[in-house]
Design a protein around this ligand. Structure first.
Ligand SMILES: [Zn+2]
Ligand SMILES: [Zn+2]
Length: 261
């Protein structure tokens, strides 16, 4: 996907999230202007209201579906193109080796009885470490054509967008080292050091009051899979959580060996 298309997709997802509000707002305006009344001469003619209802319920969602079908077709195309490019690489070609210092942002969840960084794919890591390849043990990540290595976005706003579709995660700031591949939005590299974790502004439970403290809770997933999951809560929502399941920001910072700010 091109730069503009990626930004457009982020924008489209945001609009879809607030679409119900836009639709209700328009219908509300029509109602206030008399579009639903039985009066013979309403401010908004009934045919406009009927047309608007039709548009909001049928036409706009159809257009949205078409746009997202378009996205997925073009994503498939660019993926195929990338695969072809990989196959056509001349031997020994330095595949976009990063020349610059690799600094970036990514999202993690904190899991485990003792809090541990956990990526979106479920891989866990410490504040400082070398990547390992789960598929091919003989790989020293990153390997061309494989997915192994530590990933990070170059820009904070890309990590923040990911955060908005992964509630309960945190944004971290990382430096990457060793061999690293650079692409438009990010890096994939051999080793990683986590510099800091952004403490969320709001409580993850009530979503209103400012977050104050980390708490762990037990989650049960598919197949009786169970794990400890860390989140943040406000002073009100933390009531009733056992003291042994709480950590202050300072305590969490010591456990993770990273700054929290
Ligand atoms: Zn690999
Ligand atoms: Zn709260």
């Amino acid at each position: 996907m091109g730069m503009d298309q990626k930004r457009f997709k982020q924008w489209a997802i945001r609009v879809i999230r607030i679409y119900p509000l836009i639709a209700i707002g328009l219908l509300g305006v029509a109602y206030l202007l008399g579009g639903f009344s039985e009066r013979s001469n309403p401010l908004v003619p009934r045919v406009v209201v009927t047309g608007m209802l039709y548009g909001l319920i049928v036409v706009v969602p159809l257009i949205a579906i078409l746009i997202f079908v378009g996205f997925s077709i073009s994503e498939d195309r660019s993926r195929n193109r990338n695969l072809k490019n990989l196959e056509n690489l001349p031997e020994g070609d330095p595949f976009d080796l990063a020349q610059e210092e690799m600094h970036g942002f990514k999202i993690v969840s904190l899991t485990g009885e003792s809090p541990t960084f956990t990526g979106v794919t479920g891989d866990t890591y410490k504040f400082d470490g070398n990547a390992i390849c789960k598929e091919f043990p003989d790989h020293v990540p990153p390997v061309i054509g494989c997915e192994c290595g530590f990933y990070a976005f170059k820009e904070r706003r890309d990590a923040q967008f990911e955060l908005s579709i992964h509630p309960g995660f945190f944004v971290i700031d990382v430096d990457l080292f060793g061999i690293g591949f650079s692409h438009k939005y990010g890096y994939r590299a051999e080793s990683q050091r986590v510099n800091s974790l952004e403490f969320p502004k709001r409580c993850m439970r009530c979503k209103v009051l400012p977050a104050r403290v980390f708490i762990k809770s037990y989650k049960i997933g598919y197949g009786n899979n169970a794990w400890w999951h860390w989140s943040v809560r406000c002073s009100s929502c933390v009531r009733g959580v056992k003291p042994e399941n709480r950590l202050t920001i300072e305590q969490m910072s010591k456990k993770l060996h990273v700054e929290i700010n």
